[in-house]
Design a protein around this ligand. Structure first.
Ligand code: CA
Ligand code: CA
Length: 588
């Protein structure tokens, strides 16, 4: 009896000492709870907006560094993480599949986990990672060998480690995972290797697969260990066997909208890039070359993995205009529930949140060549002569006609997430004004080899800037203000109810803009290029802002003439945390 009471007391003491677990309610409430940042996107709607007003237009000039944290080692390269903050601990991921837990008050490391990566991983576009997820007593992140790892959040010990896909076939994983209803939802990377995009749900406790949804027509889904349904209709929009290696990598992860109980994932380019091999260069044959569901946004039922709706941004895709960019849930000024997404193809789309139906589209970059506009159904109005030519039609059959395409394949906007402010009603879109010479070549699929059938050279469209942060009105498509930057923008954006828009540049500047005018109100040189994602939270009555600095990503690897233009930029790997001291909060 005494022993029982002692044991009970001991376990209660242990429980009271342990730091709090993260619940489904915590995740659902993330935007409003200003003391933590628990989700990718600073809230499930991915608005990257904080309701905090402590830091504002008047006092942002008093924002000062609190601490910096080095990722260390020789492994630098692009740092694209969005930090998670929970119960006094910050969790970040780093290049080469590393994860760190840091004391938010002191900047001291609590633990570090380094994934042991095999030889022969095939990350297409730098060895980046875009952030972790947190739930229960665990933190989760994906690794470059296409695995998902669950760690004890207090110790960094591995709880489980599961294979998402075969890295030898070109699969990898770089997105922040998504948690809902006790499940961890992941996509995959590898669209340049003829992989097949998938969305998968696993039990967060065990890592066991609950359902699997391939996103290319013809492939079978899985639910609770058994075949569920075929995606789409076999050969409806794909010729022959091309669907088997059809691409559509879901490489940027997704979002969950509780209002409509829908998971939304974007899908990358159909493979290979040479669109003529997928029948996409033959518009007289109806929709046979649309190649569903590549270059699309998909609404998925979280209970079953069934596709509820789709919206294809670039049917007959032929420029590597991946359709993966984030889909942000918001309400328009009339109170309608909407999705907004700024696509690689240069158009900003508004969709109906209930069924994904097209509402409107507007260009957010200048000089779009491949389409003259978007029709009333949401389908692009193609400029046929600006599609890269069919090599089979050339004299020697080896190289199709070269065309100039804008935007370039790295997109009017790439992975770097935009932000919405419900205060101004605007979206703040990190975009790039660039084009490319592009042509097609013959190609056959070979496991683990690049599956493009294309060649390309990216070039700037303007001498004085490539990067362009735009404040865009989603109701009208109007650009309210623009900030031009010499190098291409590659960092995430954040808004606050204090009237601020934060982002960083490859030149290393971390900047706070006035959300109404675009005026630069504050700037800090971080020492390397910023391609990470800022966050803000409050602690002990003070507001903090964090961003990671560390130049890299796809531009230096794939950027052609642009890569040469920015090859002077130095690498790094420093996490910066800024603080508005309480005594300076009212000192205007
Ligand atoms: Ca929160
Ligand atoms: Ca791609």
């Amino acid at each position: 009896m005494n022993r029982f009471i002692l044991a009970l007391t001991a376990s209660m003491m242990t429980a009271s000492l342990a730091v709090a677990d993260v619940t489904e309610a915590d995740l659902a409430n993330d935007t409003a709870s200003t003391g933590d940042v628990l989700t990718n996107g600073m809230g499930r709607h991915l608005q990257r907006h904080s309701p905090l007003t402590t830091l504002n237009k008047d006092n942002v000039k008093n924002l000062v560094p609190a601490w910096a944290f080095s990722l260390g080692g020789e492994k630098q390269r692009g740092q694209e993480t969005q930090p998670i903050v929970h119960d006094g601990v910050m969790y970040i991921t780093g290049s080469y599949s590393r994860m760190y837990a840091i004391d938010v008050k002191t900047g001291k490391e609590l633990w570090q986990y380094d994934a042991r990566l095999p030889e022969g991983i095939l990350p297409c576009c730098d060895v980046v990672n875009r952030g972790a997820a947190i739930y229960g007593d665990k933190v989760f992140f994906g690794t470059l060998d296409a695995r998902i790892v669950a760690l004890n959040k207090d110790t960094g010990d591995v709880v489980w480690n599961k294979k998402i896909a075969d890295y030898k076939a070109g699969y990898s994983y770089t997105a922040a995972p998504l948690i809902m209803d006790g499940m961890i939802i992941t996509g995959n990377s590898g669209g340049e290797f003829g992989v097949v995009g998938r969305v998968q749900a696993r039990d967060t406790e065990t890592g066991e697969l609950v359902w699997d949804r391939p996103v290319i027509e013809g492939h079978m889904g899985m639910l609770n260990g058994e075949e569920s349904t075929m995606t789409g209709t076999l050969n409806a929009t794909w010729p022959g066997d091309m669907w088997k290696t059809g691409g559509g990598a879901t490489w940027l992860g997704g979002s969950y909208d509780a209002d409509t109980n829908t998971l939304v994932f974007g899908t990358g380019n159909p493979a290979p890039w040479n669109s003529h091999l997928r029948n996409a260069g033959k518009p007289t044959e109806g929709n046979s070359g649309d190649n569903l569901y590549a270059a699309s946004r998909l609404g998925i039922d979280p209970a079953t993995g069934e596709i509820k709706w789709h919206f294809q941004t670039t049917p007959r895709e032929g420029w590597d205009y991946d359709g993966v960019n984030e889909v942000v849930a918001y309400e328009d000024r009339a109170g309608n529930k909407r999705w907004a997404t700024a696509d690689r193809n240069g158009y900003f789309y508004v969709l109906n949140r209930e069924d994904g139906a097209f509402v409107s589209a507007a260009p957010f970059v200048k000089d779009i060549t491949w389409a003259s506009g978007i029709d009333e159904t949401g389908r692009p109005i193609f400029v046929e002569e600006n599609r890269p030519g069919d090599p089979a039609a050339s004299a020697d059959g080896n190289k199709g006609e070269v065309v100039f395409s804008s935007p370039s394949f790295l997109g009017g906007k790439n992975w770097m997430p935009m932000a919405h402010s419900p205060v101004t009603g605007l979206f703040y879109v990190p975009s790039n004004e660039w084009g490319m010479d592009v042509w097609n070549e013959p190609i056959t699929y070979k496991k683990g080899a690049a599956y493009l059938g294309s060649g390309f050279t990216i070039k700037p469209n303007y001498e004085d800037h490539i990067g362009s942060l735009k404040a865009l009105d989603p109701d009208t498509g109007e650009i309210k203000w623009e900030y031009k930057n010499d190098a291409p923008l590659w960092a995430g954006v954040m808004t606050t109810a204090g009237g601020l828009v934060f982002t960083g540049t490859p030149e290393g500047e971390f900047i706070a803009f006035d959300d109404e005018t675009g005026e630069k109100l504050w700037t800090f040189q971080t020492g390397s290029g910023i391609v990470g994602q800022p966050i803000t939270w409050e602690q002990d009555g003070e507001q903090f802002v964090t961003v990671i600095s560390g130049w890299g990503g796809a531009v230096p690897l794939w950027g052609g003439e642009v890569a040469q233009k920015v090859n002077y930029l130095n690498q790094g790997g420093l996490l910066w945390t800024f603080r508005l001291p309480a005594q300076l909060a009212s000192n205007n």
